[in-house]
Design a protein around this ligand. Structure first.
Ligand code: C2E
Ligand code: CA
Ligand code: CA
Length: 760
């Protein structure tokens, strides 16, 4: 019996030693308390083993080892208490009670050591078990031993209480974790009490102590964590936001989770869907499946497009044998949509939804890299868009831009791309064959009309550049189309303009003119030239003042080169003011010389009406210089009269009020009708030279001239014809009743000095 017990104890001690070594290597949170508990259990078991082996005759040694056994049980229950606190996550007793426990255990321990000599706790008797016929140490307890019992059972009860509380309170899967230890501890205590009550030869509960320690070690380190882990895994898989199809080694689907079901909802039995999915995947990848493969897919769920990231994973065992596989479906819709939105923002104009500059440039490059046919860059620009914004608010402006963008988008086809460059400037790249000028204009007009309820008249320009070199920088192409627009700006009849290389030169020249204008005006490089006007009796009546630019490097520049540029740039009024003043000054001079019979006609540009108060300027002149107002004649072109009739009429009335005579210049060159003559308050009619130029239908021209002259006579207006180059023309005009002539037949425009030399 003794031998069997000893062998059992030794086996348990060895197992415990192994356990403690293993536990010590594990990285778990309650490792220290486990190690401490088992170590104490080892010592306790060792002490007891030694005690029961002490032979008769060594009573003191037996008493000492028995004392050691009892005192180690003190520390064993202390370790149990600490372990349980750690294991259950219940806060361990606070410092004071804990130290009190240590102190009591210490006192009890000392008491057992002293007991070797004093025998106040227990004493031993060598007995023979009647049934077994073997000797053993019978432990006779004395009263103070009760204190030891109370202490030990007290701590055990505390631990049992904590475990019971956790069994009741903890979630299902953890009940077992605490329950197992609770039951084992109860068994140890029960057996211990039983052994004492029956006065057994040996304390068999030591065996249970040891088993409990081993069991605790197993539970704490392996058993339950694995279960919990499995449970947690299944929860994670089940509730995961990643969909899952799992297959065995035959390709049979053995599991799907909730997310996978949701993703493939409405396609029939989910296991069939999963089996089909694997088959299709295999076909797609030719059965050549590596361990992990990823791919982007889309599925449509509830009519919504979902972006799925699929991972295929193969499972192999340690010997690389195939166990099965799985698909993981990660719904990346949100990320993809966010990315798409960000990308959209980065590449589009937020107001109109067309591409922005950067994205447009990339697209143009891509298209042109594969271009098989000629392409156009078409720019559009609304005239006075800024003014529209100022007058009606940016809301109206924005509406117009959006409508225009929509129109452009609708017209877009494969191989064309558009963008809003900035403000009201749009740019489109399209194959030349797509471009239908008339359709484009029609669309734009319709857009304008649908957008604007106001009377504000919008004008539109399209600049077209035919790409000759696909490698040219995109913005150079854009600039060229823009140049085409620049070239027609201010011209209300023309909407579309095509870029030509001459345009570039023209624009360079314009830039040059504008750059030099200020200085030239300041330095007096502009001079008044005079072209004589002759009456039909051959006498000189005056001259037209025509400007010449005496350029320090280029010599004499004629007005055809710079006047249109100055008009376009809104600078002509400054030159005109200068010319009018030169004429007034000269008239004053002539008056002083007694030549009040000579008049000077000055030109008034259409643009002057916008930039100047012409009446005010003329009043100032009349005040500043002493000349006969009737001698400063004002030439206003027919087109100026037509453009802003009411405004111009008012000005004409003002000028008449001051005493000036008005001449209608270039009569017949525009769209005016003869009927207009009776409405216009003018004094002299100047017939354009166009009627004198060699035309195919000479007869028609002469008839018209005759009638114009006839009609102006009826209205009481004197007539002057310009551009008279030959004697025949002069005679014909004189016959028709023309009063005055101007033209190369008499003289070309000349410097004032030459004019005075000749005629004064
Ligand atoms: P315009 O007012 O019709 O001036 C008459 C133009 O016809 C002048 O050209 C003159 O030199 C030219 N001319 C005169 N007789 C003949 C002829 O027999 N045959 C031909 N082929 N041409 C003749 P110019 O001086 O080059 O002026 C061109 C235009 O420039 C003028 O046309 C006028 O519109 C504008 N211009 C000239 N000076 C001024 C100015 O001081 N202010 C403004 N606003 N415009 C001016
Ligand atoms: Ca003129
Ligand atoms: Ca003229």
């Amino acid at each position: 019996m003794l031998q069997a017990l000893v062998i059992l104890l030794i086996v348990l001690i060895i197992i415990m030693i192994v356990s403690v070594i293993i536990a010590n290597k594990k990285l778990i949170r309650n490792r220290d308390s486990v190690v401490q508990l088992i170590s104490t259990a080892i010592i306790t078991a060792c002490c007891y083993t030694v005690f029961i082996l002490v032979p008769s005759g060594y009573k003191h040694l037996a008493a000492f080892t028995g004392g050691l056994y009892f005192l180690t049980t003190d520390w064993l229950v202390v370790s149990l208490m600490l372990f349980v606190a750690r294991y259950t996550n219940v806060r361990p007793p606070s410092k004071l009670p804990r130290y009190s426990v240590y102190l009591l255990a210490g006192v009890d321990s000392v008491s057992f050591l002293v007991n070797t000599f004093t025998k106040h706790m227990f004493y031993l008797e060598r007995m023979t078990a009647p049934q077994l016929g073997m000797e053993y140490w019978d432990v006779r307890l004395k009263f103070p031993h009760v204190i030891h019992r109370v202490f030990v059972y007290g701590l055990v009860l505390y631990s049992l209480g904590v475990l019971l509380y956790k069994v009741i309170q903890a979630p299902g899967i953890y009940k077992k974790k605490y329950g197992t230890i609770l039951i084992q501890t109860l068994a140890v205590v029960g057996l211990n009490i039983l052994c004492s009550a029956l006065n057994a030869c040996y304390d068999y509960s030591v065996v249970l102590y040891a088993s409990l320690a081993i069991s605790i070690c197993y539970l704490a380190l392996y058993a339950l964590p694995r279960k919990v882990l499995e449970k947690i895994h299944s929860i994670i898989v089940g509730d995961s936001v990643v969909g899952l199809f799992a297959y065995d080694n035959n390709g049979k689907c053995i599991g799907v989770n909730r997310m996978a079901e949701e993703l493939f909802e409405g396609r029939g039995d989910i296991y069939d869907v999963a089996a089909q999915y694997l088959t299709e995947w295999m076909e797609e990848h030719d059965g050549n499946l590596s361990n992990i493969m990823e791919s982007e897919r889309t599925v449509v769920r509830n009519g919504e497009k979902k972006y799925i990231y699929v991972t295929y994973q193969k499972f192999l065992d340690k010997k690389k044998r195939y166990l099965g596989c799985c698909f993981q479906f990660e719904d990346r819709t949100e990320v993809v949509l966010r990315y798409k939105e960000e990308q959209y923002r980065a590449t589009h104009d937020m107001l109109t939804g067309l591409l922005n500059r950067e994205a447009f440039e990339v697209e143009v490059r891509n298209i042109l890299a594969q271009a098989q046919e000629p392409y156009y860059i078409v720019n559009s620009n609304i005239k006075d868009f800024k003014l529209l914004n100022e007058l009606y608010g940016t809301d109206v402006g924005d509406r117009l831009l959006i409508a225009q963008a929509n129109m452009i988008r609708e017209a877009e086809r494969e191989g064309s791309v558009s963008c809003r460059v900035y403000a009201d400037k749009f740019c489109t790249l399209l194959p030349k064959s797509y471009f239908d000028e008339q359709q484009f204009i029609k669309n734009i007009k319709a857009t304008m009309e649908s957008c604007l309820t106001t009377t504000f008249k919008l004008h539109y320009y399209l600049g077209v550049y035919e790409i000759t070199d696909v490698n040219e920088p995109v913005w150079t192409m854009y600039d060229k189309a823009m140049m085409a627009i620049e070239a027609v700006r201010g011209n209300y009849e023309q909407v579309v303009c095509y870029y030509r290389d001459e345009l570039l030169q023209r624009i360079m020249k314009e830039k040059e003119v504008l750059g030099e204008f200020d200085r030239a005006l300041e330095e007096g490089q502009f001079r008044m030239f005079l072209q004589p006007q002759i009456a039909n009796n051959g006498t000189i009546v005056g001259a037209e003042a025509l400007v010449r630019w005496i350029h320090p490097e280029k010599g004499m520049v004629s007005p055809g080169v710079f006047i249109p540029t100055l008009e376009k740039a809104g600078l002509i009024h400054r030159l005109d003011l200068y010319m009018w003043e030169s004429a007034a000054k000269k008239l004053e001079e002539w008056k002083k010389q007694g030549r009040e019979d000579l008049s000077i006609s000055v030109n008034i540009s259409t643009k002057d009406f916008f930039y100047l108060d012409i009446c005010e300027a003329m009043r100032t002149l009349a005040g500043k210089y002493d000349f006969n107002i009737k001698n400063l004649k004002l030439e206003i072109t027919e087109s100026a009269l037509m453009e802003n009739v009411r405004e111009v009429m008012k000005t004409l009335d003002g000028l008449h009020g001051l005493g000036y005579d008005i001449e209608i210049d270039d009569f017949g060159s525009g769209y005016s009708s003869l009927g207009m003559l009776k409405d216009i308050n003018a004094d002299i009619l100047k017939i354009d030279m166009i009627f004198l130029q060699e035309t195919k239908n000479v007869k028609k021209s002469t008839t018209i001239i005759k009638n114009i002259i006839f009609m102006s006579k009826e209205l009481g207006m004197p007539v002057i014809t310009e551009g008279v180059e030959t004697k025949e023309q002069m005679e014909f005009l004189a016959d028709a009743g023309c009063d005055m002539f101007q033209g190369y037949y008499f003289a070309k425009p000349m410097s004032v000095a030459d004019f005075e030399k000749e005629y004064c």
